[in-house]
Design a protein. Structure first.
Length: 307
């Protein structure tokens, strides 16, 4: 049985705007009238939308509604045209002031964004906010599309896209599942300081590895955690799969060979290192079927080389 290892690795000042009013209300213990629940929110009339979450932004473009975007978060790196939009910061470290500086009349926010306090301020500022669920399945991709489409008033177009994407991803996964020899995969989120931060169960990396016909080389914990040298060598990955990110979180093959634990793995000894764009691979957006197809082909190539 083969084994695979996968590695990942602005506020502004405003006058007395809705943001300032919201902060004042919070400080005085008042609740602005706009803070009342608006579920389900609709952005059908919104023309100045801030999108938070790379997959959400991709869906907006896929639905042809990109002209309604005025800003995006730092994870929204595709399509390239999105990079021309103002960057409001990282989805998990949002600045309410930075978001509201774009004067939005609607917010599309991926589940898991935060911090919670920032989202509370945005809601109290009276800007309609739609939370987009983030599930790492074919059904989850379709759900993203349907939720965004409904929020934008593009239900029919979203339904057509959702059905296509779900069917495509399921077909790719079914083909990959027929692989007789399933490579084991260890996803490394970071190698900063020589410490290996790997993905366990329940993560997007774990899900995409399984969809591509692989097996996570580590289990017994959810999310991401540092691995001991013993855990790395016991995982015995056949392939190291890394997210293209650069910096201290990344590592070259030479650096991996210099790591005492990684040097003992079949993946490093064979030089089976696969790198892919992070949003493409684990964004679970419109391109996920293509990512799974590409990853599955990489698994096959490594298997053939090992024979």
């Amino acid at each position: 049985m083969m084994r695979v290892l996968f590695s990942l690795s602005r506020p502004c000042s405003l006058p007395l705007t809705p943001m300032a009013v919201a902060l004042l209300c919070l400080g005085l213990g008042f609740t602005a009238p706009e803070a009342r629940a608006q579920e389900p929110a609709s952005l059908a009339e919104a023309q100045r939308i801030v999108s938070v979450g790379g997959a959400v932004t991709e869906v907006v473009y896929a639905l042809g509604a990109e002209e309604r975007l005025v800003a995006r978060d730092s994870t929204s790196s595709y399509p390239p045209e999105a990079l021309a939009l103002p960057d409001t910061g990282y989805m998990r470290a949002l600045s309410p002031e930075g978001v509201l500086a774009a004067a939005p009349d609607g917010l599309l926010v991926i589940e898991g964004s935060g911090p919670a306090e920032a989202l509370d301020v945005l809601k109290k500022a009276g800007v309609p906010l739609v939370m987009v669920p983030d599930r790492y399945t074919a059904e989850g991709v379709a759900e993203k599309v349907r939720v965004v489409g409904k929020a934008l008033g593009l239900e029919d177009k979203a339904e057509d896209l959702a059905v296509k994407l779900e069917a495509d991803l399921k077909a790719v996964a079914e083909a990959a599942a027929k692989r007789q020899v399933k490579p084991r995969v260890l996803f490394i989120l970071s190698m900063q300081g020589g410490r290996i931060m790997a993905s366990g169960e329940g993560s997007a990396a774990d899900a995409v590895i399984q969809l591509a016909g692989g097996v996570n080389a580590v289990s017994g914990f959810n999310g991401y955690k540092p691995l001991s040298d013993e855990a790395v060598t016991e995982a015995k990955p056949d392939i190291i799969l890394m997210m293209e990110r650069g910096g201290q979180h990344d590592a070259t093959l030479e650096q991996m060979r210099a790591n005492a634990a990684l040097a003992l793995t079949p993946a490093v000894q064979a030089g089976h290192i696969v790198r892919m764009d992070g949003l493409f691979m684990i964004g679970f957006g419109p391109r996920t079927a293509d990512a799974v197809r590409e990853l599955s082909a990489a698994f096959d190539k490594a298997a053939a080389a090992g024979q």
